[in-house]
Design a protein around this ligand. Structure first.
Ligand SMILES: *[C@@H]1O[C@H](CO)[C@@H](O)[C@H](O)[C@H]1NC(C)=O
Ligand SMILES: *[C@@H]1O[C@H](CO)[C@@H](O)[C@H](O)[C@H]1NC(C)=O
Ligand SMILES: *[C@@H]1O[C@H](CO)[C@@H](O)[C@H](O)[C@H]1NC(C)=O
Length: 466
């Protein structure tokens, strides 16, 4: 019996080292926090203290709902109670520390101790950064907690970055956005976000695929969220578009031509007249869209396009796009019934191994042998009139496609003969008519002269002999 009582007692009263419930709260300067005691029985008196039990009293609450708050200047307008929970608004540097909550009910006190630990998040230098500048982020604790938490950074793409709460990397477009300092303890995470702005051009796909019957858009834009104001603050000097044509050797001309330059005051493009390729800038330059477009691509558009922004001290940001234009070529150019015709589909260069072409023939056409890049039609017939198409595929995805309308000219031997013969017949007829006309006139003249002789110079009838 004694043993039982002893056992009950020793279990019901906690060991002295664990006088009370302990909680650790991580917070950043300027944040609002809510401290919630472990239990709040009915009919209890609630007391909140700062730094220690029976220290500076911050707030009290009685069972009738009466409450009061500290009139100390540094706490004014910061404190409120939600139930027994203490809400502290806009936490300042000197307000981090230990908070104690004592709840008295039925002669029993229950005490909860809150350690509010300051998390310092520092970005240096402050945003915006120019791409290539070093981005330095640190996340540290203002006081030492009982159990050391794990601290690390998550990049805007959600990757863990840096070492022990420190990130030091050259800033790139992918670093633009919300970073989170994560404080992790006992499997629980608390995130402290900081927003990083990197002045850069948004990444673009390395190749743009189009065809001779499709539009062309060459992308280039500021990272969404970056403003021209921020770009100008980084001392921008010029923004340009250049074009290097693709040479027959498969390389690009090493003397790119300037296509456009941006008027930085008006934010409008100035075209370089000599290098007009029929491309026009899109209208939302003010929103950072620097792309160029054209309603129909041509083979002459094949090449490398570079969009560049030059800043003070020769720092340049650029994106490069290689434009690939698919085209169907027929040989010969004018096609006549019965002829042999070759069609080839090409981007003007050898296709990479992971790409292939897929032909589509007019429904009425015969099933010709389809080679990867060309078709030979031994003798074109009526069924070959219509649309011939070719798709450029990569791993099952269609990159672009092109179609041509094959118009087959009538066979020379029938129509040409008819035309030639008719022409010859008409010519002959004309000649005959002309000849007849000529003869008639000649005859008329002769007749006329005869008659004149008879009338004007009448010769005496009969003969006179002298
Ligand atoms: C820029 O404009 C082009 C053409 O209107 C459009 O296709 C493209 O999506 C735009 N880019 C961005 C980043 O808004
Ligand atoms: C078509 O191609 C074949 C070989 O691919 C060639 O022998 C033939 O001369 C070509 N015909 C024409 C009309 O180009
Ligand atoms: C090739 O084109 C035909 C007709 O458009 C289509 O049915 C077929 O799926 C295409 N093949 C591939 C590999 O995409």
């Amino acid at each position: 019996m004694l043993l039982l009582i002893w056992l009950l007692c020793s279990f019901s009263s906690p060991p002295s080292s664990l006088c009370c419930a302990q909680k650790e709260i991580y917070a950043k300067e300027g944040q609002d926090i809510t401290l919630e005691p472990t239990s709040y029985p009915a009919q209890s008196y609630v007391y909140w203290y700062f730094e220690r039990q029976d220290g500076h009293q911050l707030a009290w609450l009685n069972p009738l709902g009466g409450k009061g708050f500290s009139n100390d200047e540094k706490w004014t307008n910061r404190l409120s109670l939600t139930g027994a929970s203490l809400v502290i608004k806009n936490l300042q540097k000197d307000l981090f520390g230990t908070f104690v909550c004592k709840i008295s009910a039925g002669g029993r006190d229950s005490i909860t101790v809150f350690k509010v630990i300051q998390v310092n998040v520092i970005e240096k230098p402050a945003s915006p950064l120019l791409s290539g500048d070093y981005l330095s982020l640190t996340c540290s604790l203002g006081s030492v907690p009982q159990n050391t938490p794990e601290i690390y950074w998550l990049s805007p793409r959600g990757n863990r970055e840096g070492n022990k709460g420190t990130v030091y990397i050259p800033a790139r477009s992918e670093h633009h956005g919300k970073w989170d300092c994560v404080v992790k303890i006992n499997g629980k995470e608390k995130k402290f976000p900081v927003s990083v702005t990197v002045v850069d051009l948004a990444p673009v796909p390395s190749h743009q695929y189009t065809s001779t019957d499709s539009p062309l858009t060459i992308p280039c834009s500021l990272i969404p969220g970056v403003t021209w104001e921020q770009v100008k603050n980084k001392e921008i000097e010029e923004v340009q578009w250049h074009f290097a044509p693709k040479l027959s050797s498969g390389t690009f001309s090493d003397q790119p031509k300037q296509l456009f330059s941006l008027d930085l005051e008006k934010l409008t493009w100035k075209k370089v007249q000599d290098n007009d390729k029929g491309l026009s800038p899109v209208y939302n330059i003010k929103k950072g869209n620097l792309s160029l477009t054209k309603s129909k691509a041509t083979v002459g558009d094949r090449g490398r396009y570079t969009c560049s922004m030059k800043f003070k001290n020769d720092r340049t940001l650029k994106t490069t796009v290689d434009v690939v234009v698919l085209e169907i070529i027929t040989h010969p150019k004018t096609i006549i019934y019965g002829q042999q015709v070759n069609l080839s589909c090409s981007t003007g260069e050898q296709l990479p191994n992971d790409m292939k072409l897929n032909w589509t023939l007019p429904k009425t056409s015969s099933p010709y042998i389809l080679y990867p890049t060309h078709i030979t039609v031994p003798e074109v017939g009526k069924g070959d009139n219509g649309k011939w198409g070719c798709e450029l595929l990569q791993g099952g995805n269609k990159l672009t496609s092109v179609e041509i309308l094959l118009k087959i000219e009538p066979r020379l031997s029938v129509w040409m003969l008819v035309i030639i013969c008719s022409a010859a017949v008409i010519l002959l007829l004309l000649l005959v008519l002309a000849f007849i006309h000529y003869r008639r006139r000649k005859q008329k003249k002769r007749l006329h002269r005869h008659r004149l002789c008879q009338c004007k110079n009448p010769k005496p009838k009969g003969f006179y002999r002298t």
